[in-house]
Design a protein around this ligand. Structure first.
Ligand code: NAP
Length: 490
């Protein structure tokens, strides 16, 4: 069966507002294309401010009813949604691969990963505790209770079309909030399919609303939510400049914000590391989704004593990676999401070569496969003057930087405005303790390349944003604390 045939039954193209599929009010559409071939998959609603307003109206109307549901009732709806997502794993995985380009095994893996947040927050819904506070005066009772923040606007990127939106909707619904959402222009179909399954799972009309828009209309559409005081929270995953823009523009109505933004992850290999494990960890962390992940290592620092050996081991493995479309089961690296992405990768590699880097493997577009393909690449002799040291490359390129001392490595790793993920490999317990503390990042992988888990707090520091997704902390972003003070009890 082709990807199109597998995904077909789940394809929806209208907005989902107040429990119904409706076209954009001005009746416009935009095309969603397969990045592997450039072929059109579907035409979907190109929304404007009027659609955003209709979604907020529905979410605001539904809020009192949804927040009044018992936590166990909200949990039951989330569990049914989780079961439906897993029952449709193959079709959803195919849809992700079709519109986003990642290999099919990764597409299916993303479905399981995204679903795990729904199961997690179904359980957490029933554990929203408050506190009884020891009173400071006689005759008083003081307590703190947690309440849903209200209507939440969720705005998501294209690199994980299912997981990024699932891990926002699930805690929001668990907390008793209602949601208006907008997925990325490149990958709206998976989010629309997810909403259809939520509807089938019994999410009541108005509780979850999703509108789609072209990149051209994104500003106008989202601006309506930023200005609307009924929207009490923005949860955003995407680039740092857009995160800053949303923080600025929503200041007028002082919303609660969760910002999961860009990274520039360092990956440090010390002389005392298990080099085979470090190569495996780097391959897993770097090449998932073709290097298009916010936590993927962007700068790899290797201590001088093991530099040559590590570079040789890594280059051999990277040269063997299979590049191709998701429709080919053997593909390990798919196409990049769009031409802008490939152009940025090529610009970074060209700039690195001009500043003294050497190509150890790869280093060019794979135009014979299509316009969106770039070869998995390892560059030697990278240095801090290169653009790829300062910016996320967001592609399958590993630059190797040589260092001498631990202090040098930590200083270089922290020399960035970003602070999402960081990784290091060492077998020295004292060094592990020192470096874990010294790295300025929200997430640190120690002798480990795979970090993501619904049970763990995911999020950054510095200009990688604030707020945490997943874990026991993840619900707090969707709750506000109300202090109750009762007097006259004695
Ligand atoms: P992006 O350009 O910031 O877009 C993210 C979302 O915001 C999309 O839905 C986009 O719509 C929308 N958007 C863009 N400009 C907007 C504006 N002015 N007003 C309102 N909405 C706007 O990011 P991206 O290129 O899709 O994603 C890649 C970035 O996300 C990378 O920097 C990556 O590191 C980051 N990321 C972070 C995490 C994390 O957890 N920290 C996870 C994944 C990705 P359009 O698609 O229509 O432009």
């Amino acid at each position: 069966m082709t990807l199109e045939q597998q995904a077909g039954p789940l394809i929806r193209t209208d907005n989902f507002i107040d429990g119904r599929w409706v076209p954009a009010q001005r009746n416009r559409q935009f095309a969603v294309t397969n990045p592997a071939t450039g072929e059109r998959i579907a035409l979907v609603a190109d929304s404007s401010a009027a659609d955003a307003r209709a979604a907020t109206d529905a979410a605001a109307r539904a809020l009192p009813h949804w927040r009044a549901r018992l936590p166990a009732e909200r949990a039951a709806v989330l569990r049914r949604w989780h079961a439906l997502i897993l029952a449709n794993q193959d079709a959803l995985g195919a849809l992700i691969s079709l519109e986003q380009g990642k290999p099919l095994a990764e597409g299916r893996g993303e479905v399981a990963y995204g679903a795990s947040y729904v199961a997690w927050f179904a359980d957490e819904a029933t554990r929203i505790y408050g506190d009884l506070i020891p009173a400071q005066q006689r005759g008083k009772k003081m307590s703190a209770v947690k309440e849903p923040v209200g209507v939440v606007a969720a705005i998501t990127p294209w690199n994980f079309p299912l997981a990024m939106i699932a891990r926002k909707i699930a805690p929001a619904l668990a907390a008793g909030c209602t949601v208006v959402g907008k997925p990325a222009e490149d990958t709206p179909l998976t989010a629309l399919a997810l909403v259809q399954l939520a509807h089938e799972a019994g999410v009541p009309p108005g509780v979850l609303n999703l509108i789609t828009s072209s990149r051209e209309m994104a500003v106008e559409t989202v601006a309506d939510w930023l200005a609307d005081s009924r929207v009490r929270k923005i949860t955003f995953t995407g680039s740092t400049p857009v995160g800053k823009y949303l923080a600025r523009e929503s200041a007028g109505t002082l919303k609660k914000l969760s910002l999961e933004l860009g990274g520039n992850a360092p990956f440090i290999v010390f002389d005392d590391a298990d080099l085979d494990a470090a190569v495996e960890g780097l391959l897993a962390a770097k090449f998932r989704n073709g290097g298009q992940t916010c936590v993927c290592p962007n700068r790899v620092y290797v201590q001088a004593g093991v530099y040559e050996r590590f570079a040789a081991l890594l280059s051999t493995r990277v040269a063997a990676l299979r590049v191709g479309p998701a429709s080919d089961d053997a593909s390990q690296i798919g196409p990049m999401i769009n031409l802008r992405a490939v152009d940025k990768i090529a610009r970074h590699v060209d700039d690195a070569l001009q500043h003294g880097a050497t190509v150890l493997t790869g280093g060019s577009r794979l135009s014979a496969l299509g316009a969106h393909y770039y070869a998995p690449t390892v560059l030697g002799d990278a240095n801090a003057t290169m653009a790829l040291c300062a910016e996320e490359t967001f592609g399958p390129v590993v630059p190797l930087f040589r260092f001498d001392s631990e202090q040098q490595a930590v200083e270089a790793a922290n020399d960035t405005p970003f602070g999402l993920a960081a990784y290091f490999y060492s077998q020295d317990l004292r060094r592990i303790e020192r470096v874990s503390r010294a790295l300025e990042a929200g997430i640190v992988g120690i002798n480990e390349g795979g970090l993501s888990s619904e049970a763990a707090p995911f999020g950054g520091v510095k200009e990688s944003g604030y707020g945490r997704e997943g874990s026991k902390y993840g619900l707090d972003d969707y709750l506000s604390i109300k202090y109750l003070c009762q007097g006259g009890l004695e």
